[in-house]
Design a protein around this ligand. Structure first.
Ligand code: ZN
Length: 238
């Protein structure tokens, strides 16, 4: 696929995915933003003050490989979050950041484990999200958040910004959307459990999900292997 054709496809896909996230209540108003890496190393990004429910593919912000705005609307004010993720995760071609209500509620809880804010409650959370470190609170626009993300994003593709919301990088936009939606669902489950004693997956159960298929007698379906990301409290490096 040529560069232009691929860019056209990505513009269309970004609008479709954003609309789906918005209309299912995963982010409200003009919150949330998305970026994708292009074949030339540049980026498409959602414009500032835009609703994910009403994007125009022709008006998406176009940035060059150095992060300079070269076309379309002015990029989101949270562009620095995306740049920090893309710089630290060159294998991830898409980054999604939402103010999804349940994950954001968890980000406001006191006493979180900063290395992993959500325990491994379900197999799909383990496979699609993995460990979820907390990034300390920064006021909107504070450039110090870039260093805070950069310090941990190489090891973890999903981060929770304190008193703010989740940000996830993945190889494709659809995978990033699926992962951040899984994160939101698990945050909701965590809050539903409340003070009841929970029974997270054991280390052996986590390893069963993350072991390479050749080491097991009966391989699981490819999806569960490819998506496996949780290895105890350590992030899976890619
Ligand atoms: Zn935000």
């Amino acid at each position: 696929m040529t560069g232009i054709t691929n860019e056209s496809r990505l513009r269309s896909e970004l609008v479709t995915v954003a609309e789906s996230l918005f209309h299912r209540g995963l982010t409200a108003g003009s919150s949330g933003n998305i970026s994708v890496r292009l074949d030339d190393g540049g980026f498409l990004m959602t414009p500032t003050n835009s609703s994910l429910g009403r994007l125009d593919g022709d008006q998406l912000s176009r940035l060059d490989a150095g992060g300079r705005h070269i076309d379309g609307g002015q990029p989101t004010k949270e562009a620095a979050l995306h740049r920090a993720m893309h710089q630290r995760r060159p294998g991830d071609n898409a980054v999604v950041h939402l103010h999804s209500p349940h994950a954001t509620a968890v980000s406001c809880l006191d006493g979180l484990d900063h290395r992993n804010c959500i325990p491994p409650l379900t197999a799909y959370h383990v496979m699609r999200v993995g460990p979820l470190p907390l990034v300390a609170y920064h006021r909107p626009g504070d450039p110090a958040v870039v260093a805070a993300i950069a310090a941990i994003a190489s090891d973890c593709h999903a981060l929770l910004l304190a008193n703010h919301g989740p940000i996830v990088g993945e190889s494709t936009l659809q995978r990033a959307a699926d992962a951040i939606e899984e994160l939101e669902q698990t945050a909701r489950i965590l809050l539903l459990l409340g003070d009841r004693p929970a029974r997270p997956l054991t280390q052996a159960q986590i390893e069963e999900l993350t072991d390479p298929p050749q080491s097991r007698e009966e391989p699981s379906p490819p999806e569960s292997r490819q998506g496996a990301r949780h290895a105890g409290t350590n992030c899976l490096k890619r």
